[in-house]
Design a protein around this ligand. Structure first.
Ligand code: MLT
Length: 208
């Protein structure tokens, strides 16, 4: 059973899990995606888990995103901050409504970027994160204490949207905050590969 509902502040989809012993997943799609996009990926990486999947609220010329950026690609920092807090509030309400524990985020591209922002600004919101093709384009310090929080970050060495050194900087910053970071650079572009899925599934299986 699953639902797509316009309530709790975000259009979203909730899929109850078959395995109550496993953490739920918070799916955060990439630019132009929606709440359905990452479901097949989640089923490959974490079969049987509950899934909470909101749709980003920003409309960039018809493409759905989680925060605004200028036409030349520069992130709107105020919007980024405010949308992060709004997403955290949605997560609090959704956890109460669906009676689920603290999720692990699974974000791709724009969704992975707001996922790391959640980790830094609302460190109690998530129990971990899988970040596919994420980057940090500015210095987000001061950093919270993320000791014990597991993070998987996977970059592509010829990703034209996410410079690999910006992904590496994010891995370093999360490590500086104390997170238990696994950082992988694949011979890949912006799109996900079989290797992303395999590494994601292995990492998630080791969270038990
Ligand atoms: C972003 O704006 O979050 C990144 O540039 C990735 C994307 O193009 O969505």
């Amino acid at each position: 059973m699953s639902t797509t509902q316009p309530d709790l502040g975000f259009i979203h989809r909730f899929v109850p899990g078959r395995d109550a012993g496993r953490p739920p997943l918070l799916l955060l799609h990439g630019t132009g995606g929606d709440e359905n996009d990452l479901l097949p990926l989640a089923n490959r990486i974490a079969p049987g888990c509950s899934i909470l999947s909101p749709r980003g609220k920003v409309n960039e010329q018809g493409l759905t995103r989680f925060f605004r950026r200028s036409p030349d690609g520069v992130w709107d920092r105020d919007d980024f901050n405010q949308r992060t807090l709004e997403l955290a509030e949605f997560l609090r309400q959704a956890r109460a409504a669906y009676q689920i524990g603290k999720p692990i985020a699974l974000g791709y591209s724009n969704g992975a970027n707001i996922a790391w922002s959640l980790l830094l600004k609302e460190p109690d919101a998530l129990s971990g994160a899988m970040l596919f093709r994420a980057m940090v384009p500015f210095d987000p310090r001061p950093l919270p204490d993320l000791h014990g929080v597991p993070v998987l970050l996977i970059a592509g060495d010829h990703d034209t949207l996410i410079p690999v050194e910006r992904a590496g900087l994010l891995a370093a910053l999360l490590g500086e905050a104390g997170a238990d970071v696994t950082y992988e650079v694949l011979h890949a572009a912006h799109g996900l590969t079989e290797q992303d899925l395999t590494l994601g599934a292995e990492w998630f299986a080791s969270r038990r």
